[in-house]
Ligand binder design. Sequence first.
Ligand code: HEM
Length: 658
Amino acid sequence: MTFPRRRSAVIVLIVVAAFAVLVLAMWFGGGWPRAEISGLPSPGMLTTLGLPVVRVVHDVCAVATVGILLAAVALAGDAGSRREITRAAGPWALAWAASAALTQILTLSDLLGLPVGEALGSGFLPTFSIEVPQGQAFLLVTLLAVVIAVATTLPVRTWGRVLLLALAIFAVLPPAYVGHSASAADHNIAVSSLMLHIAGVTLWVGGLFGLVTQLRRSQGLAQAVRRFSALALCCFVAVGVSGMVNAWIRLGSPSQVWQSRYGLLVLGKLVALVALGWFGWRHRRTTIAALETTTTVEIDATAPESTTTVETDAVAGTLPGSPPALATAGTPAGSRSFLRLATGEIGVMACAIGLAVALSRTPPPQEGAPHAQHELLGYSLPPFTPWRLLTEVRLDPIVILAVVGLGVAYLVGVRRLAGGGESWPLGRTVAALAGLLVLLYAAAGGVSAYAPAMFSMHALQYAMLGTFGPALLALGAPLAPFQEATPLVRRAANTPVAVKLTHPLVALALYAVPYLLLYVTGLFEPAQSSLAVRLVTEIVVVVTGTWFFCVALGLDPLPRAISPVVRTRMLMGALAVQAWVTLVFLAGPIQGQGWYDVLAITWVPDRVADQQAGAALGVGLAVVTIVALLVIMLVWRRGARRRLLSRDASAQATAARP
Ligand code: HEM
C-alpha cells in the first residue's frame, strides 16, 4: 500500500474508532436516543444522534485549529514555515465555525424538544442565540472561529500569530459554561475545572496533531518535539487534575464511581489518561532520543524513484556536512518511530474525546439533586467567622495548578542557574515561595470564599493578590529563574514591549490601573458576579502587581537601569495609589450595591461598615507591605553605601601603602 494511502487508512481508522467509542459509550451511559413516546415532545433521531456526532466534529476541529496555530507560534523553526502553517489552520477554523453553528441549531432543537425543521420554524433561534447561555456560548464560538479562519489568510506577523492562538484557546472555553456545569453542585468550580480541562486537552491533543501533520518533514522536528514534550507534561497533569475535580463534583461520592454509569465512563477516561501517560513516557524514553541521535531520511513514497532510506549517526558526528544530506531529502531522520507512536497516541486521544462527548450526554448521579449552594455565588457559604477564613476553601484547579506551576518553574529555574554556576541566595527562594503561598491562599483559601459576599474580604483578598503576595514574590527575583525554566518567557522578556514596560511610570501605571478600573468604571460588580471576569481580574491584578514590584525592587535582570531614588519614588507612588483607594472606600459610594442586594446575604447587615472595614484591612495590609519594602530598600542602600565606602577606604589604603 503506498504511503499516502496508508496515511489516509490510518486517519479513517482513528475517526471510525472515535465514533465507535462515542456510540458505545452513549449506549452504555444512557445518552442513546430512546424510542419516542407519543404525545411527548421529541427532537427526533437527527438531533439526538446528530448533536453528539457534530459535537465530536466540533471538538476535533477546535483541537486541530489550536494545535496548528500552536505549531506555528511555538514549535516551527523558521518564519517561512510559520506563515505556511498558520494558513493551514484556516480550513480547520472554518470547519470549526460550521460545526459550532450546527451545534447551535441542534442544541435549540434538543432544548425545544422539536425536530430541527420545526425548531428553526419556531423563530426562536435569534432569542436563543442572544439570551440563552447555550446559545450565547456557541454563537460566540462560531463568530470567533470565523474571525480566526479569515485572519489565517492574512499576512500576520509573530504577535499576530500569538494573538490568533490566544483567541483560539479562548474560543474553546465558552462551552464549559453550559451543559452539566450549569447545574452542578458547585457551579464555579465545575466551570473553571472544565475550562482548564478543555484548554489542557486542546493544547495537548492539538499540539501533537500540529506536530504530526505540519512538522513531520521539518528539519527542526526533534527540537519541536522536545519543546512540545514539556508542554505535554503540563497538559497531562492539568487534564488529569481538572478531570478528577470535575468528575468529583458530578459524582458527589467515591462509591458513585462504580455504582453509576457516569462513574464507569469516568473510569474509562482515567484508563485513557493512564494510556496517554505511557505514550508520553515512551516518547521521553525512546522516540525523542531516537529523533535527536539517529537521522533517518525517508523520502516521500509518492516519488517511487526516490524511495531510499539512508542511516547517519548524527551524535557521532561522523558524517561531516550531514545536514546537506538531510536538506536534499527534506525529511528529518529518525522520525518514523516518533510518528508511529504519535499516531497511536492521537488515536487514543480521539477515542477519549468520543468518550468525553458521550459523558457530557450521560446524566450524572448528582443531576437534579438538591444542593445548599447559594444560587448566585455558585457554592454554599456559612455565616462569616474569622475562624472560617482558615477552614473554608475554594479548590479551584486553575488557581492551584497555576500557583504550583509557577513554583515548579521557579525551582527548576533556580536549579538550572545554580547548575550554570550562579549562586542563588536561599532567602530569595523562601520569599518567592512565601509569595506564591500568599497568592494561593488569597485565590483558593477562606478569604476567596467570602470575598464575593463581603467587601471587607474582597479588599483583603486584593491586597494579598495585588501587593503583599507580589511583593514577596518580587523579593525572590523571579524573572531570572522563570526565563531559565521557560524559553517562551525569555523570548518575551527581550522584546521591545518588555523594555517599554520597565519604564518606572509605565510600571506604576500598571499597578494603579486595575484599581481604577475596579472602583471607578463599575467593573467591581461583574468581577463579583461573573466567574470569567473574576478570574481575569485576579490574574491581571497579580501580574501587574508582580511586575511593578519586580521593577521597583530591581533584583531582577531588567533591560533598564533605574536609580535607587527613582525606585523609592515608585514605592511612594504605590502608597499614593493606596491612599486614593482608601479615599474611594471611605468617602465614595458603596461598591457593588446592586450585587449585594441580589445576593441578599443576611449575615452581612451593614454594608457601609463592611466597606470601611475593607479600607482598614485591605489598604492597611497593602500600606504595611509597601512601607516594609521602603525600609528594606533603605537598609539595602545603606548597606551598599557602607560597602562602597569601605571598598574606597581599602582602595585608598592600598594606594597609600608605599
Ligand atoms: C482522569 C482522566 C479524566 C477525567 C476524570 C475526565 C473527566 C471529565 C469530565 C467529568 C468531563 C465533563 C463531562 C460532562 O460534561 O459531564 C470531561 C469533559 C471532557 N473531557 Fe475529560 N476527563 C479525563 C481525561 C480526559 C482526556 C485524556 C481527554 C482527551 C484527551 C479528555 C477530553 C475531554 C473533553 C474534550 C471534554 C469536553 C466534552 C464536551 O463537553 O464536549 N478528558 N472530562
